[in-house]
Design a protein around this ligand. Sequence first.
Ligand SMILES: Nc1ncnc2c1ncn2[C@@H]1O[C@H](COP(=O)(O)OP(=O)(O)OP(=O)(O)O)[C@@H](O)[C@H]1O
Length: 256
Amino acid sequence: MYIEVKEACKNYVQDGKKFVALDNVSLSIEKGEFICLLGPSGCGKSTLLNALAGFEKVNSGTVTIDGKEVTSPSINNITIFQNYGLLPWRNVQKNVELGLESKKVPKSERAEIAKKYLELVGLSGYEKRYPRQLSGGQQQRVAIARGLAVDPDIIFMDEPFGALDAITRMKLQEDILRISHEEKKTIIFVTHDIEEAVFLADRIVVMMADPGRIKSIVKVPLGEHRNRTGENFLYVRDRIFELFNMKTDEYIEYYI
Ligand SMILES: Nc1ncnc2c1ncn2[C@@H]1O[C@H](COP(=O)(O)OP(=O)(O)OP(=O)(O)O)[C@@H](O)[C@H]1O
């Protein structure tokens, strides 16, 4: 399996009190999968993502990518956060070229690549603008173009659309779904929004808090084009709602 988490545990001690952020979490992910980590606040979504991305180490258990243990962030992967992380003194094009500069890609090639990905995220014509001259949704598009430009193996996304209004958010969800099929990337996406997860994921990892753990893993057999009001979509969404309402604590592997 491409990505393997085996019996991972992560504890934090805060003011003398122990929080179990991840309690014996195991998860396997195939190359090219779109995985959503879904659950309420504090269930360990970001902790799991950070362990996968190499920002944090687990206390016990293992995290491997392509057979190698993850000990630090890899330049082959990128992470996109809620706050866009653009450099305010660089225009859109220069922001997208950032990762390419550190990879020593020649100038003309950088411009070509930036053009391609700005087109892919629908921002052709915005090259010379600065981040402050863009809406939140446009800034996040630039961040996505910048991430894709370095041709990463894995894209980690931590609530990337959390700060956006509902309509912009839906538009970006459509774009990232399309891009994920066009670019065939492995994407691990953190959200607490059930509909967002059903709209995007091949599989949804449903997590619960205190201690942070995986409750179930739900396959989403909805294909490349998803309709938020379609019968199948609503069916999957309702199954997930039910999972969150269930009182029992047993682990269920769900195949819809
Ligand atoms: N650096 C830290 N120090 C102490 N406790 C932490 C730290 N980071 C996370 N925690 C605790 O670990 C638990 C899991 O946190 P995590 O951020 O992974 O949750 P989450 O599911 O991503 O939540 P949210 O949706 O609110 O971001 C929480 O109880 C949190 O308070």
